[in-house]
Each structure stands twice: as structure tokens, then as C-alpha cells.
Design a protein around this ligand. Structure first.
Ligand code: PHE
Length: 361
């Protein structure tokens, strides 16, 4: 039958001439769609005699296959051309300047506080906080610091004047250490207590190693049967993890704090390497932190029975820890907000401390 051959020639010609994917689709519908010409021919097979079907079947099916193949080929050719055109048009110029890298970095003090929280969390310590504007009782009295103690003198402490009072020194002050958080924690929690309390503290003092605001971290453990051995082990474990060295050596020197008895100043050993002090070993000693067994009077002031409970506490300068670990030498630079310093010493925002990675990695 010539009409099949004719239809095929006409169909393949139209498909080949289709200039867009839309036209190809229109051809597909015209030929192979529900009402399409080829479809109509296929439908006639049902009404034929078996003999007719035997001769016409292969011709009609051949037509359908030829049309389908032509449509697929034209579609592929047009899509390929479209892709080529896009690739040519959307070329990226790699010689253009890159977009700005993200700005801003994590301040070393924040980084070190995160490192400390990570290390102590692993030892079962929770993080506690307290107000920076404290009262005299939490900052001094409850910590067994008598009225006559030099730390109470105006020289060290920033006091707020009481409203209506002539005196410059009132009952509110900027906390001079994180130790009042010991008091607040013992008052609000039952033992066993294991907390660290990082935060800002204030003293009227300023030179290369002192700034009026600086950072401390307090540690407190209260339970039955806590002794000095627990304190030493905790500090050793913490400092080895923090400085990422196993050869950290500690020396506990008898000292005095009104709120601990006995009290110990903890020194950490260093070795001289190329004229620099490197922590580890014991060629020399550096003073690092204050600590001791919580004074029974402090435990009692918080409403706990010192015959039942004992504990240890320590306080350490966070800025000083950062200086020792990351090699800064002037404390004042921490608070200057100098972008060059921050770019040099700051940490990438995604540089989150983990114990498994080495906290400072
Ligand atoms: N609060 C003390 C200080 O600021 C440090 C300290 C804390 C000492 C806890 C002993 C126990 O110097």
C-alpha cells in the first residue's frame, strides 16, 4: 500500500524539519497520539482478516517504529544543540577574582572556653553561671572573706553606689572572681555537685598582664569523701587534655585563700626550647591557678553540712590559659578589638573543639 509509504515519507520529513522541541512534540501528538494518524492505522488491524493482518501488520508496525525512532533522534539532536548553546553562553571565567572568603573569627577566649567546656563535660562537669553584678555577700562574705580582707578594699573592687547613699561603695559590685558561682550552685543544688563556671570578672588593675575585665573559670566538686587526691587528678587530667601533652607536671604549693582549707597554688612545669618556655617537663615552674578544699564555713554558709560533705574548688584565668597555649604575650591585645590581631589569632567559626580531634586542632 503506497499510502503507508507516503505517510512515512511525509512524517519523517516533518520530524526532520522540526526546529524546536515543541514542534517535535506536536508531530508526536499528530502521528502517535490518541487521535494520531499512525495510531488510527494501528486501530484498523483489529477489523482485518487474519490474512490481511499478516501482510499489513508488519508494515503498519514498521511505520510506527520508524516514526518513533525519528522523533527520538530529532529530540536528542535538538537537546544536544540546546546544551551546546548553553555551555557556550554560560561559560565561567575562572580568571575573575573569587568572592570574598567569609569574614570574622572566633576570639581565642571563646575558643578556650569551648575547649574547657568540652574537656570538663567529658569528666561529668556541667556548666554553671552567675551574675556579673554581684552583691557583697556572694562575692565575699559567704566565701569567708572577712571585712578586713584586702580584696575588699576599693582599690581592687568596682563598687556601685547604693541609691541615696553618700558613700561611693555600696552593696552591689562587679564580681572580682567566679567563686560566687560556687555559693549560688551549692545553694540551689544538692550534692553530688560537679560544675565549671566560666565568665567575666572585674578588678581595678591594668598593665601588660592585668586588664580591668578578664575571664576566669571556676571548678567545684562537692560530694561525700572528696579529698585532695581528687583535686590533683582532675587538674592533671584537665591540663594534659588542654595543652595536648602527656608530660605536663604539676606542683601544688601551700597557699592561702579564705574560702579553701587547705589551699594550694598550682604551678605547671616547663622546659626551655630555643630560648622559649614550653609547657611540659620540669626545668622551671609557672604559676597557673588557685585551688583548695572548700572551707567548711563556706559549705555551712550554703546550708550544707560540712561533716557530711566535702569538696574542692579551683579558679584559673582563661586569658592566661589562652596566652600559654597559643603563644600571645600581651593580655591587653585580647580586648583591643584590633582586626589584625583577631585575624592572626582568631579561630575559624567551624573549628569546634572536640576531644577526639585534640581540643585545639
Ligand atoms: N577565686 C580565686 C581567685 O580569683 C581563685 C580560687 C578559686 C582559689 C577557687 C581557690 C579556689 O584568685
Amino acid at each position: 500500500m503506497t499510502d503507508i509509504a507516503q505517510l512515512q515519507a511525509e512524517a519523517l520529513g516533518a520530524i526532520g524539519a522540526a526546529a524546536s522541541l515543541d514542534t517535535v512534540e506536536a508531530e508526536r501528538v499528530r502521528l502517535l497520539g490518541k487521535q494520531g494518524q499512525v495510531t488510527a492505522l494501528l486501530k484498523t488491524l483489529g477489523g482485518m482478516t487474519p490474512e490481511q493482518r499478516q501482510s499489513e501488520g508488519p508494515r503498519i508496525n514498521g511505520l510506527r517504529e520508524a516514526v518513533s525512532a525519528a522523533i527520538a533522534a530529532r529530540k536528542a539532536a535538538l537537546e544536544g544543540a540546546a546544551l551546546e548553546a548553553r555551555l557556550a553562553a554560560e561559560r565561567v571565567d575562572l580568571s575573575l577574582p573569587a568572592p570574598d572568603t567569609p569574614r570574622g573569627s572566633v576570639h581565642p577566649v571563646s575558643q578556650v572556653m569551648d575547649e574547657l567546656a568540652e574537656i570538663f563535660a567529658d569528666m561529668g562537669f556541667a556548666v554553671a553561671t552567675g551574675p556579673e553584678i554581684e552583691d557583697d555577700w556572694h562575692n565575699f562574705t559567704a566565701l569567708n572573706i572577712p571585712e578586713t580582707h584586702p580584696a575588699r578594699a576599693m582599690h581592687d573592687t568596682f563598687y556601685f553606689p547604693d541609691p541615696g547613699s553618700e558613700s561611693a561603695a555600696g552593696s552591689k559590685l562587679l564580681r572580682t572572681h567566679t567563686s560566687p558561682v560556687q555559693i549560688r550552685t551549692m545553694q540551689s543544688q544538692q550534692p553530688p555537685i560537679r560544675i565549671i563556671a566560666p565568665g567575666r570578672v572585674y578588678r581595678s588593675d591594668s598593665d601588660a598582664t592585668h586588664t580591668p575585665m578578664f575571664h576566669q573559670i571556676e571548678g567545684l566538686v562537692i560530694d561525700r569523701g572528696i579529698h585532695l587526691g581528687h583535686l590533683k587528678w582532675t587538674l592533671e587530667t584537665f591540663l594534659k587534655a588542654f595543652f595536648e601533652r602527656d608530660d605536663i607536671v604539676l606542683r601544688l604549693r601551700p597557699s592561702y585563700f579564705p574560702f579553701t582549707e587547705p589551699s594550694a597554688e598550682v604551678d605547671v612545669g616547663f622546659t626551655w626550647t630555643n630560648g622559649r618556655r614550653i609547657l611540659g617537663g620540669s626545668e622551671g615552674w609557672m604559676e597557673l591557678l588557685g585551688s583548695g578544699m572548700v572551707h567548711p564555713r563556706v559549705i555551712r554558709a550554703c546550708g550544707l553540712d560540712p561533716d557530711e560533705y566535702s569538696g574542692f574548688a579551683f579558679g584559673v584565668g582563661v586569658d592566661r590559659l589562652a596566652m600559654l597555649k597559643y603563644g600571645m604575650d600581651d593580655l591587653r591585645a585580647f580586648f583591643d578589638g584590633d582586626l589584625r590581631w583577631l585575624r592572626h589569632y582568631g579561630f575559624a567559626a567551624l573549628d569546634v573543639p572536640t576531644l577526639s580531634g585534640g581540643v585545639g586542632a
